[in-house]
Design a protein around this ligand. Structure first.
Ligand code: 5GP
Length: 190
């Protein structure tokens, strides 16, 4: 998506550890117009998959998932982070290792908000090693809810998340795919 690529080039910053900082428009300060344009693209791309709900994880996925859910007229659920055992047993839970922080944390969704047979569209801001998306997919599997698509704002294609998710048969669409960050230069896949 051209507008997202331009925003990444003009307003993004490459940090050590293959991290792209986009907090000026995506996950701290939020460019609502841009997020809505990403949502339009996801809505068109995943309409045929007929999702029943949009699932993301707090906090960075929420703005995009909200926009997608509004555009597709669907409910949105976000997985919470924390110790699932403190929340009780009425949750589906997965452990996720954070790409940016390196820590492993629990992610959980209340059984009241995700049901067997719900067709789920997973949405997140980044795809790196795929741990966040795989954790959300594991939560869906526990619920008996099929994942009918994965919409990612920015995929980093040299990291293994895309391969892992597609290898599991998941239909992944990324609005912008970064192919490399060599010497701080952002190069897109297409
Ligand atoms: P994964 O779980 O695929 O390894 O990483 C995805 C998660 O890590 C996303 O939810 C995102 O919050 C964070 N993340 C991964 N790579 C980046 C990056 O380059 N920049 C930022 N801002 N977040 C990232």
């Amino acid at each position: 998506m051209q507008a997202l690529k331009e925003a990444i080039l003009q307003r993004g910053k490459v940090l050590p550890g293959d991290i792209v900082k986009v907090d000026g428009f995506l996950n701290h300060r939020v460019d609502v117009e841009l997020i809505e344009a990403i949502a339009d693209e996801f809505a068109a791309r995943f309409a045929a998959a007929q999702p029943d709900l949009v699932l993301t994880i707090e906090a960075s996925g929420i703005a995009i998932a909200y926009a997608v859910a509004k555009r597709m007229k669907l409910p949105m659920v976000f997985a919470k982070k924390g110790e699932a055992r403190n929340i009780g047993k009425d949750v589906y839970a997965a452990d996720i290792t954070s790409y940016t922080r390196g820590l492993t944390y629990g992610a959980f969704v209340s059984k009241a908000h995700l049901h067997a047979g719900d067709r789920v569209l997973i949405v997140d801001d980044f795809l790196a090693n795929g741990q966040a998306a795989l954790g959300l997919a594991a939560i869906c599997e526990q619920a008996g809810a099929p994942v009918v698509g994965v919409g990612i704002a920015i995929e980093k294609s040299w990291q293994r998340g895309g391969e892992l998710l597609r290898g599991k048969g998941l239909d992944v669409h990324s609005a912008a795919i970064i192919a490399s960050l060599e010497d701080g230069n952002i190069r897109f896949a297409e």
